[in-house]
Design a protein around this ligand. Sequence first.
Ligand SMILES: Nc1nc2c(ncn2[C@@H]2O[C@H](COP(=O)(O)OP(=O)(O)OP(=O)(O)O)[C@@H](O)[C@H]2O)c(=O)[nH]1
Ligand SMILES: [Mg+2]
Length: 294
Amino acid sequence: MNSIYRAGFVSIVGKPNVGKSTLMNKLLGEKLSIISPKPQTTRQQIKGIISDDKRQIILMDTPGFVEARYELHNKMLEYINNSLNDSDIIIFMTDAKKFPTDYDKQICENLKRLNVPKIAMLNKIDLSDDITVNKKIELLQDYNFEKIIPISVLKATDLNPFLDELTKLLPFNPPFYATDEISDMPMRFFAQEIIREQIFLNYDEEIPYASTVVVEQYHDFPNKLIIAANIWLEKKSQKPILIGKNGIKIKTMRIAAEKEIHKIVEKRVKIDLWIKIKPNWRKKQNALKEFGYR
Ligand SMILES: Nc1nc2c(ncn2[C@@H]2O[C@H](COP(=O)(O)OP(=O)(O)OP(=O)(O)O)[C@@H](O)[C@H]2O)c(=O)[nH]1
Ligand SMILES: [Mg+2]
């Protein structure tokens, strides 16, 4: 590697549900971060690594900013802050229709204090009109963003020019990770996330929020993958909702997760799910640690 190689860390931050994980996956060309129409889908920092012979861009998808009501929220905010502190570039993402909420303004004010290049992405313009978008661009001009990019990440076809813009803002560094790595986390972690994603997609109201998944066994054979995972809930009353009549709900969810994991590992996938209760786990530091929120 020569001295013109650029490498660095890029945080994607913003409120829940604005499309941060969608952007991360689209830039990577791989589905690393889980996505759902519900807010607070992402709960940890997820790194995605893009490398070639000139650059290494380490994207950090983060949970959305939330008002801390549980210890889990404090953890989520800690992951965002750690990402921001490690960043060479910050992407602030917001929803073109909804910007600016009071919370958006507060986030933008706080970002002003961080002395790195910041880019604002006004996302979901496919759901807005030009007049609204232009008005929102004007409002974003109050916050010292290097660039303001109106976009529909969902509809965007070529994000390479954007990656080139990011590269120009990166410092000269040798690569931080092996250039054939796409993530710093093992497949076992992504299997856990995919099961959690299917809970977000298959259940309404409290279940996605009151649950978390821990893979207990991960047996990767040449022609099949066998996973045993615990789904932790907060209350006994949530168990029958998760299972559904005659076990149909949980079976549908499990099969969907098996299919999604199969797409990645390209072998037969069998998941065994066990339901467990830990009252108020979201409020307990020890439980969070045990469930992998470190
Ligand atoms: N219409 C439209 N929907 C989008 C766009 N980008 C993302 N979405 C949708 O918005 C929803 C939320 O997307 P995510 O990527 O999970 O959002 P997030 O910001 O990571 O959310 P959290 O992880 O909860 O903080 C999903 O249903 C996406 O398909 C867009 O450009 N247009
Ligand atoms: Mg997300």
